[in-house]
Design a binder for this molecule. Structure first.
Ligand code: ZN
Length: 270
């Protein structure tokens, strides 16, 4: 018998269905079971993986009610039930979800109304730049990317809209990646103990037409994975400095900066 972990619940303060990975880092908010006849209060907990545990119990018959253990034919042998651990959810937000203040406990009617609204809405799960790029890379084609929402700086988009090819951006003239993730083909070249990652797409800068050319110094974490002549895909999000001879890699956080994959979207690290 399967014992599925409860990995999504409704958060009253955020007003949406959220992932347990998020809830585990926001334990003082109020969470409850999304099932209409249940609405039991749940709290994030962790044994091996994070899951939502009911403070009291779920209503009888609730889909999130803990399943009964299969009876062992030999009662003295302890049975270790295998928990089905679902894969990590696809991020719905790039960056941390704003942490609301703990409010007043909702009434049952309010919980019911929110459960009804949230049931069909996508799960809220914040992701890092790397996790969002990984998710996009692993999606199978345009329709998958169009069907998954991705909020960037509180702007609702789909994965398809949020990722802009550099060639399109070049036509628009402005190199803005505040609410977009820019990506395009680039080539790695080796010069004087640094690697330079140069995009195929060029941009008009005053009188000049320049590519994005990023210098990767030997002290950078990316350096050991690069080699001369490598064909890569460059992903950018956040502040892009004015184009000139080249750009130094900017100090970044988990939610912005520069990422590189091989042309088939596989990771550089082998
Ligand atoms: Zn329940």
């Amino acid at each position: 018998m399967r014992n599925e972990l409860m990995t999504a619940a409704i958060c009253w303060e955020i007003g949406a269905k959220i992932s347990v990975e998020f809830a585990y880092h926001a334990k003082d908010l109020f969470y409850f079971c999304p099932e209409a006849n249940c609405l039991a209060e749940v709290v994030p907990a962790k044994i091996n993986n994070a899951f939502f545990r009911a403070l009291g119990s779920h209503a009888p018959g609730c889909a999130n009610e803990k399943k009964k253990t299969t009876e062992s034919p030999v009662p003295t042998t302890p049975i270790f039930r295998k928990s089905t651990v679902p894969p990590l959810p696809i991020p719905s937000h790039l960056g941390p979800i704003a942490m609301p203040r703990k409010g007043i406990r909702p009434s049952e009617a309010q919980m019911n109304a929110l459960a009804l609204r949230s049931r069909l809405a996508p799960l809220h799960h914040p992701g890092t730049f790397q996790e969002v790029v990984n998710a996009w890379c692993s999606m199978d084609g345009v329709s998958a990317r169009q069907s998954h929402p991705l909020y960037i700086a509180s702007q609702p988009q789909t994965y398809f809209d949020a990722f802009s090819p550099l060639s399109h951006v070049s036509e628009e003239g402005a190199l803005n990646s505040d609410r977009k993730i820019l990506y395009g083909n680039a080539t790695v070249s080796d010069y004087n103990h640094s690697f330079y990652v140069t995009t195929k797409t060029r941009f008009k800068v005053g009188e000049k037409v320049l590519p994005i050319k990023i210098r990767v110094r030997s002290s950078d974490v990316l350096y050991p994975y690069l080699k001369d002549g490598q064909e890569v895909i460059l992903f950018l999000h956040g502040l892009i400095p004015a184009l000139g001879k080249y750009i130094e890699i900017q100090p970044t956080d988990a939610y912005s900066g520069m990422l590189i994959t091989l042309r088939d979207f596989s990771s550089l690290a082998r």
